[in-house]
Design a binder for this molecule. Structure first.
Ligand SMILES: Cc1cc2nc3c(=O)[nH]c(=O)nc-3n(C[C@H](O)[C@H](O)[C@H](O)COP(=O)(O)OP(=O)(O)OC[C@H]3O[C@@H](n4cnc5c(N)ncnc54)[C@H](O)[C@@H]3O)c2cc1C
Length: 334
């Protein structure tokens, strides 16, 4: 049987790539990254609007650089280029279109991960860096199956010229509304009275668009139900009492209401979860020895790229390779 990998990293987003970089610099040789998307950084590729501004202090929360990787305010393309360059510089093998659907630790202490092409990858240590966007939060009310092609959790397949409702009040919702209003008749609906979860820049953009009349913004507009409109394919949206409108119809609905920890996946791997939060030590090692959790998985809904980078550093410097000499901080970043 082939020698197990030193380190298997599941997910090639900011956390997974940074874990690979840190591990390489700490001296690990046999590293493999598996990525479910067709390219690395797939969440960013898929979920960030084209031309999006990437804020270092995302959600208004900055964090000092702890490890090798750093990021400054930049564009979506520059952010992807930074991550691609890290893969190249540190010779990180990334296998794309390889979604891991099963992970377990054998009695010999070796992990086996099975991917969507039924390949088994054996490793002594695993970093799970799969983010939370694989499981976007769904609304509490049912979405009729006939509206499947009308409802979205990212910006793909929304034809221009259509009437779109964006639901949510965080940075993602505001950025989606900003992007969509350019080629769509766009409404942003949020159940809250103010965009408390968004940063000042996004709030400013949305306020300006609303004042110009190029974006409808409905506050305290909590959706009660969705139904197929009589003259479908359209969604008939009913709002709860007190909303600016009672009912309206849209060609497409985009939900931007966050993502959640993939509890089932973690539990199947044997990792303990407390409530919705995975149990980890100070180096983000789960209750399964040798299985580390990085990035958004352990960020409690407040993840960012710099925090994902920092989590990878703590995992490698504090858990996988304690005491290994690291490159001085500030070596990689735009
Ligand atoms: C619209 C939007 C805008 C944002 N803007 C900013 C910003 O301006 N600044 C900022 O700092 N942060 C921003 N964020 C947050 C930031 O993108 C995340 O905090 C960061 O990407 C987390 O990195 P991660 O590696 O933990 O997870 P992810 O980036 O989600 O990466 C996880 C990777 O794992 C892959 N994967 C998932 N499941 C599997 C599996 N089973 N097998 C193999 N691979 C798998 C995914 O395809 C993905 O490539 C934004 C998020 C969104 C949604």
């Amino acid at each position: 049987m082939e020698t197990p990998l030193d380190l298997l990293i599941v997910g090639a987003g900011p956390a997974g790539i940074a874990a690979g970089v840190e591990a390489r610099l700490a001296g690990l040789e046999r590293i493999q990254l598996l990525e479910k998307g067709p390219k690395p950084s797939w969440s960013i590729q898929k979920l960030y609007a084209p031309g999006k501004r990437v804020d270092r202090a995302y959600l208004g929360l900055d964090a000092p650089q702890e490890g090798v990787m750093d990021i400054q305010d930049c564009s979506k393309d520059a952010c992807i280029a930074l991550l691609d360059q890290a893969i190249k510089t540190h010779r990180l093998p990334v296998e794309c279109d390889a979604e891991v659907w099963k992970l377990h630790k054998g009695e010999d202490g070796i992990f086996t991960a099975v991917d969507s092409r039924d390949r088994a990858w054996r490793a002594r240590t695993v970093v799970l860096a799969i983010g939370v966007y694989g499981r976007p939060n769904k609304p509490g009310y049912p979405i009729p199956p006939t509206l499947k092609t009308q409802t979205h959790f990212d910006l793909n397949q929304i034809p221009s010229g259509t009437k779109v409702l964006v639901i949510g009040g965080g940075n993602t919702a505001l950025e989606y509304a900003d992007f969509l209003h350019r080629e769509h008749d766009t409404t942003l609906a949020y159940r809250g009275a103010e965009f408390g979860k968004a940063n000042d820049t996004n709030r400013g953009i949305v306020a300006r668009l609303a004042a110009e009349g190029s974006l409808r913004v409905w506050m305290e507009a909590d959706v009660e139900s969705l139904a197929e409109a009589a003259e479908g394919p359209k969604a008939k949206v009913k709002f709860k009492a007190g909303a600016p409108v009672e009912v309206d119809q849209f060609d497409h609905i985009v939900y931007a209401i966050g993502g959640s920890t993939p509890e089932t996946f973690l539990q199947a791997a044997g990792a303990q979860i407390h409530g919705k939060v995975p149990v980890v030590d100070s180096a983000y090692q789960s209750t399964v020895r040798g299985l580390y959790l990085a990035g958004d998985l352990i960020a409690g809904g407040k993840g960012s790229i710099i925090k994902a980078f920092n989590s990878a550093h703590r995992i490698v410097a504090g858990g996988i390779c304690p005491g290994a000499s690291q490159q001085p901080s500030g070596t990689e970043g735009p």
